[in-house]
Ligand binder design. Structure first.
Ligand code: UGA
Length: 452
């Protein structure tokens, strides 16, 4: 898409410490909005957080977090208590005197894999209606390349500059990611507006990339898609390791020590889930096809990711003699990764449903995700206690690598299961120790370790 025409300059003076207009207004209290608002308030900003969903709003106004994120409850309660973060459903009130509005609403996938921009448009419309002259609007939501430029064409008429400021927080480590980012990316055509947004993050020890909005959007999608490709690549290698007798963890260590490759995101296992990678890889593929391009590597990453879950179920079936009818399977871990209760695109859901389709009865446990998993897994017995979960199991299957599961008393587990079979989907358990306790241990991309 062509670059948007430059909007008029912001009309109020901008202090480079970002203090012009004083407050920061964050729209949307999902992961990104909530963490951003809390961290900015903790850094001394006057922050207003706008949330329209009544239950969420009520909890937040009491200083309680609706999501599980390590450290967030304490920080949120503190900034709400000190009056540095005000949570409201009233956009007009939140915008009064705000210098910057950060839009952090969801962009869920559409049926054909695109990004649904309805919430972004609604938030922008409301912001335009209530913003004072000179307010800078910045989008933190993940939006496909070209979106800010096209939205800007509307905003030019309103003389409100629009900036794209993508987010790189990971669930489970969002607070430290906010305070120690690898980089801050700000895309905008209005230099003063870009500087005002940059000033919000100026205290962080991180390079700031100033670029055009479409490149900022592409950096976000490029990063997530590349990391997803890395995961799918090592998962394909893991299968070849199983066929050839190599050990995928040794391979990843050896590859990762090459600084051109890097060890991060070469963790073989059950592939990527969550609210970001699966959605963003598909959305980038969707954007490419809109422009007449086929992104073969993205299509392959998606297929390998799905295949990894199917292969794992086949491995569980094979480890029980090829038939799961009437078998009891204990699943350790439900959330898409440790440190969160997020069940979006969690491998556990596909895996458990598939096991149940093959005739197994499944018990599952998770330190925090059971309430969010329950509506998705109607046939599954969900139990808080891991020892209760494994009782009388024919196989114990690790799906999410919560440290609690490696720390279980496996001698106690061995004594309570019906058959000593462990299938480790994340390569985190000590296979030799388990084999010494009589377990047959299988993992991903490594040889099985059988008891003597
Ligand atoms: C991801 C990115 O890492 C963040 O930078 C980004 O801001 C965020 O998406 C987003 O777009 O909002 P997140 O989804 O929280 O963060 O989690 P990751 O830690 O990146 O893990 C994603 C998935 O990949 C998980 O299912 C994880 O189990 C899987 N994974 C990760 C692997 O299978 N192997 C690995 O080596 C690493």
């Amino acid at each position: 898409m062509t670059a948007a025409p430059r909007p008029g300059p912001v009309s109020s003076p901008i202090m480079l410490d970002g203090s012009a207009g004083g407050a920061v207004c964050v729209v949307g209290a999902g992961y990104v909005g909530l963490v951003t608002a809390v961290c900015l308030a903790d850094n001394g900003r006057d922050v207003r957080l706008v949330e329209v969903e009544p239950t969420r709003l009520g909890m937040l106004q009491q200083g309680r977090s609706p999501i599980h994120e390590p450290g967030l409850d304490r920080l949120l309660a503190g900034v709400v208590d000190q009056g540095r973060l005000r949570v409201t459903g009233d956009m007009a009130a939140a915008l009064r005197g705000a210098g910057v509005v950060l839009i952090a609403v969801g962009t869920p996938p559409t049926e054909d894999g695109g990004a649904d921009l309805a919430q972004v448009r609604t938030a922008l419309d409301a912001a335009i209606r209530h913003a004072e002259p000179g307010t800078v609007l910045a989008i933190k939501s993940t939006i496909p390349p070209g979106t800010t430029a096209s939205l800007n064409r509307t905003l030019v008429r309103e003389r409100l500059p629009l900036v794209m400021c993508p987010e790189f927080l990971r669930e489970g480590s969002a607070l430290s990611d906010f305070n120690r980012p690898a980089r801050v990316v700000i895309g905008g055509d209005d230099a003063e507006a870009v500087e005002r947004v940059a000033a919000l993050f100026g205290h962080l020890d991180a390079p700031i990339i100033r670029t055009d909005p479409t490149s900022a959007e592409m950096i976000k999608y490029g990063t997530n898609s590349f990391l997803a490709l890395k995961i799918s690549f090592i998962n394909e290698i893991s299968h070849l390791c199983e066929l050839t007798g190599a050990d995928v963890d040794a391979v990843a260590d050896g590859m990762g020590l090459d600084p051109r490759v890097g060890r991060a995101f070469l963790g073989a296992g059950l592939g990527f889930g969550g609210s970001c990678f699966p959605k963003d890889v598909r959305a980038l593929d969707h954007t490419a096809s809109y422009h007449g391009q086929t992104m073969w590597m993205l299509k392959a990453a998606i297929e390998v990711n799905a295949q990894q879950r199917r292969r794992f179920v086949a491995k569980v079936r094979d480890s029980l003699g090829g038939n799961l009818q009437d078998c009891r399977i204990a699943v350790l871990g439900l959330s898409f990764k440790p440190g969160t209760d997020d069940m979006r695109q969690a491998p556990a859901v596909d895996i458990i449903r598939h096991l149940e389709d093959l005739g197994a009865s499944v018990s599952a446990t998770d330190p925090v995700a059971i309430p969010k998993a329950a509506p998705l897994l109607g046939a599954t017995r969900l139990v808080e206690d891991a020892y209760e979960c494994v009782r009388d199991a024919d196989a114990v299957v690790l799906v999410t690598e919560w440290p609690e599961f490696a720390a279980l008393d496996w001698v106690r587990v061995a004594a309570s299961v019906r058959r000593r079979v462990v299938v480790d989907g994340r390569n985190v358990l000590d296979g030799h120790a388990l084999a010494a306790m009589g377990f047959a241990y299988r993992s991903v991309g490594r040889r099985a370790i059988l008891p003597d």
